[in-house]
Write a protein that binds this ligand. Structure first.
Ligand code: A2H
Length: 253
């Protein structure tokens, strides 16, 4: 764990179509606002490879009015944090329009800013913590071992996870190349550590550590505006570019 504040990037993933369950409860609650699921990431430079987004099925999310035009879906805890970071109109004040279970969000179609896949689906992940970030995790299975393993589990057991196979249809996309692991670090590391499911938490933690360091120190961008640059150079540039376009904002905790 880092000692100082963790500097995330909040990725604004606009709702295109609510899941059936969410549509029933949310439609008349948000007025004319655009609604965004907000994912907290430490790897903004990987957003080209988003294939889906994850929520915890047992986590409660709020739908928070940011202003008359926009509402964010995230945990209450993170909305409160945002309200002290200039995201909301009045400092320290949040306006919850609705509360919804993560399970009801599964199957919602959202936009994935900067991704090769312009639209992706919300899927369930076992290991989403309610106490970290926004409780919404954007999935980049090429570069995150957790994301890769969860997507693999969902594809193997779609019925068990109560998802439609077509929601998990996007394959991992090469985003970063490293000398040791080639064009897709996460599948390579998951294989190296013989990880079988998202329940292999200990091995996944080690895999995550290796994938993160390898990508950061030895990675080169394969795609996007900063193709050819090192990951270290590209990371703040991609972040700034997303923020400038109104697709993301700084979030710390
Ligand atoms: B990262 P740290 Cl490509 N529960 O984003 C579980 N995991 C969460 C979370 C939550 N509530 N909120 C955020 N995260 C994930 C991209 C990524 C991430 C890649 C590779 C590694 C990686 C795409 N998913 O994280 O504990 C988010 O996934 C490994 C460092 O604060 C976020 O960044 O260090 C990361 O964990 C934050 O982890």
């Amino acid at each position: 764990e880092a000692l100082g504040p963790q500097e995330y990037t909040g990725i604004k993933m606009e709702v295109v179509n609510w899941s059936e369950a969410a549509a029933k409860e949310i439609a008349d609650k948000v007025g004319n606002r655009k609604v965004f699921l907000v994912a907290a990431t430490l790897r903004p430079e990987t957003m080209y490879g988003q294939t889906n987004c994850f929520v915890g099925t047992a986590i409660k999310y709020g739908v928070f009015a940011i202003n008359d035009k926009e509402a964010f879906v995230c945990t209450h805890r993170s909305a409160r944090n945002m309200s002290f970071q200039g995201t909301t109109a009045v400092r320290g004040q949040i306006h919850q329009l609705h509360e919804i279970e993560g399970s009801a969000l599964v199957g919602t179609k959202i936009k994935a800013p900067f991704s090769v896949n312009p639209e992706v689906y919300v899927l369930p992940m076992d290991n989403v913590l309610a106490t970290k970030g926004t409780g919404v995790v954007t999935s980049v299975p090429s570069d995150s071992p957790d994301d890769y393993q969860t997507l693999t589990d969902l594809r193997k057991k779609a019925e068990f996870y109560k998802i439609k196979p077509e929601w998990a249809a996007h394959d991992p996309i090469p985003v970063i190349s490293t000398p040791t692991y080639g064009e897709m670090i996460a599948p390579a590391v998951v294989k190296q550590f013989k990880i079988q499911s998202q329940k292999d938490i200990k091995q996944l933690a080690e895999a995550k550590e290796i994938a993160y360091k390898e990508g950061f120190y030895n990675g080169t961008m394969l795609i996007g505006e900063f193709k050819g640059l090192s990951v270290q150079e590209a990371k703040p540039k991609v972040r700034d570019s997303m923020i400038e376009k109104g697709l993301a904002f700084p979030y710390a905790e």
